[in-house]
Design a binder for this molecule. Structure first.
Ligand SMILES: [Zn+2]
Length: 95
């Protein structure tokens, strides 16, 4: 039985099974998109730090609502930001 009382730290929906930061499926997908997009942004802007990347996303009119919510929570939560940094180095290590 896989009942989990865990709630998404952003919206309070049920957490997607296996989601490491406690995100629902919508916010987890947004989070994964952020991780995936970082490399492309970094090469486009030339040496963008993860924090700068998040701030640009936050201030970008084209950034989706879900992504912005994830960005805001990461910028205000040091533990989550650390998790994001780990995910970035992990995904770049795998190519
Ligand atoms: Zn959520």
């Amino acid at each position: 039985m896989k009942t989990s009382s865990e709630k998404c730290i952003i919206c309070g929906r049920n957490v997607e099974t296996g989601s490491k930061p406690s995100f629902c499926s919508l916010h987890l997908e947004a989070y994964r998109n952020i991780v995936r997009n970082y490399e492309a942004w970094r090469s486009a802007y030339g040496g963008l730090t993860p924090e700068e990347f998040l701030r640009r996303l936050e201030n970008n009119d084209y950034t989706g609502k879900w992504v912005k919510e994830v960005v805001r929570v990461m910028l205000s939560n040091h533990g989550l930001l650390q998790f994001f940094l780990n995910d970035l180095s992990y995904s770049s290590r795998r190519g």
